[in-house]
Design a protein around this ligand. Structure first.
Ligand SMILES: [Mn+2]
Length: 303
């Protein structure tokens, strides 16, 4: 696992249902993400923010809201993530809404192809984010990144990574899911996505869930974590635009992160959908930073 990490701020809510995720990067900086990681001995470089089009807040056209703007942001992010990976630095994307996973993960997948690495994507989220323009109730692209990465979506998004599909659906493990739209249920079944929903976590616990999600990870695996902050129960993480009750508790979330850290294979990270407009005194940003520390190996005792 690289000990050098780069923070990439992507201040946009271009694909979201509510305004405000554009303030996420600053909230994470205010919560001292960079200092906290540096204190753990990591070489941290904050690359500042990417730039892109403003959010025009228009209704959907042909099933998508703000498609051209979403493409512009994701192209910029793809190039930025690729550049960090090429320098053997671990990119941490400070979102921004979850549509940004298209640019981020397509760059990671391209890097893995070039270096013969096997990609595993851990998608921590309340939602499956696997809608298409025909199944989406809203046209918001933050509900579509998994479908786009698996090759279903507009050309301007599915082709960003230089290969279609950018990622084999079999690379995904979705964890914490508790809200799937009606048409989307059929899509995730057809795509063969492996989903550990909240019922699964209720029944077998977070420990066994993570053992299952991480099964098969080996020395040649690049682990990408796409951490949608709405994965967390809204009682502990109110600062999101699309909260769904019944998510993982504080301890379950910590265990999830710690078990990922134990693999030593973390290669890239998105932190998305943090929405300070819904937060209370930045508590959700501070919780996200606590969890990211665990993801990078902070533990209660020497293990
Ligand atoms: Mn999401």
């Amino acid at each position: 696992m690289p000990r050098a990490v780069s923070l990439i701020g992507v201040p946009t809510d271009i694909g979201a249902a509510h305004r405000g995720a554009s303030m996420g990067p600053e909230a994470l900086r205010v919560a001292q993400l960079d200092q906290r990681l540096a204190r753990m001995g990591l070489d941290v470089c904050d690359r500042g923010n990417l730039h892109g089009p403003f959010n025009p807040w228009q209704p959907p056209q042909d099933g998508y809201r703000h498609l051209e703007e979403v493409i512009a942001w994701n192209r910029a992010l793809h190039d930025a993530v690729r550049a960090e990976l090429a320098q053997e630095r671990l990119p941490i994307v400070l979102g921004g809404d979850h549509s940004l996973a298209i640019g981020s993960i397509s760059a990671v997948a391209r890097h893995c192809r070039m270096h013969g690495k096997r990609l595993r994507v851990l998608w921590l989220d309340a939602h499956a984010d696997a809608n298409t323009s025909s199944s989406t109730p809203s046209g918001n692209v933050h509900g579509m990144p998994v479908a786009c990465l698996c090759g279903t979506g507009p050309a301007g998004l599915v082709e960003i990574g230089g290969q279609v599909p950018a990622v084999d659906a079999a690379a995904f493990r979705q964890i914490g899911i508790r809200s799937v739209d009606e048409g989307e249920k059929r899509l995730v079944r057809e795509a063969g996505l492996v989903i550990f929903d909240m019922r699964h976590i209720d029944e077998v616990g977070m420990r066994r869930t993570m053992e299952e999600a991480l099964a098969g990870v080996d020395d040649n695996t690049h682990l990408h974590v796409s951490f949608d902050v709405d994965f967390l129960d809204p009682a502990i993480a109110p600062g999101v635009g699309t909260a769904v009750r019944g998510g993982p508790t504080y301890r379950e979330s910590q265990l999830c992160m710690e078990m990922i850290a134990d693999t030593g294979r973390l290669g890239s990270l998105d932190i998305v959908e943090l929405n300070p407009a819904f937060d209370k005194r930045n508590q959700t940003a501070r919780l996200a930073v606590d969890l990211v520390e665990s993801l990078f190996g902070k533990s209660i005792l020497i293990r």
